[in-house]
Design a protein around this ligand. Structure first.
Ligand code: FAD
Length: 133
């Protein structure tokens, strides 16, 4: 297998979960992200509470807007109100930031690439007997 097909970590899906995980790991490990769509998820909506910004101040430039109250409406029109400090992210800017961090660290994102299955081609060392997760 050519050397550039060897990765330490393969992340499945370039949604916010996959991209944020891959961007965190890529400075330390060689990371590949497989995404079945042909593009980044630019039309999704991601909200988090204020803690995410306190813990990750470098993400502050990618906030779209801040709310102190949210009305959540379900498909059956049930409505729920939440109070707090909520950030709506600018999906395009946030995903661009993650992608640049991944690419800048030598990671790779492959689009139009659906994960199907895997096979064990090499048995690594067994964890020590007293190992626990
Ligand atoms: C109708 C709707 C409205 C929503 N509105 C809001 C909102 O207003 N605010 C908010 O905060 N959240 C909202 N959400 C939730 C938000 O979209 C999700 O919480 C968020 O996108 C989850 O991110 P994720 O990375 O876990 O998954 P996803 O964003 O779904 O990412 C998963 C990725 O994996 C890829 N994938 C899947 N299978 C494979 C495979 N086999 N091989 C390769 N790639 C694969 C998919 O193409 C996708 O890009 C909404 C969700 C829905 C459905």
């Amino acid at each position: 297998m050519p050397n550039d097909l060897h990765y330490d970590v393969i992340v499945l899906g370039a949604g916010v979960a996959g991209l944020s995980l891959a961007s965190e790991l890529s400075p330390y490990l060689k990371v590949l992200v497989l995404e079945r769509e042909t593009h980044l998820p630019i039309r999704k909506f991601w909200l988090t509470n204020h803690k995410s910004v306190e813990l990750n101040p470098e993400l502050r430039p990618f906030i779209d807007s801040n709310y102190t109250q949210m009305d959540i409406i379900a498909y059956d029109l049930s409505a729920f109100r939440c109070h707090g400090s909520f950030y709506l992210w600018d999906t395009r800017k946030l995903t661009e930031y993650f992608v640049n961090k991944i690419n800048g660290a030598g990671g790779k994102i492959m689009f139009d690439c659906t994960f199907y299955s895997y096979q064990n081609s090499h048995h690594g060392d067994l964890p020590p007997k007293n190992w626990s997760s």
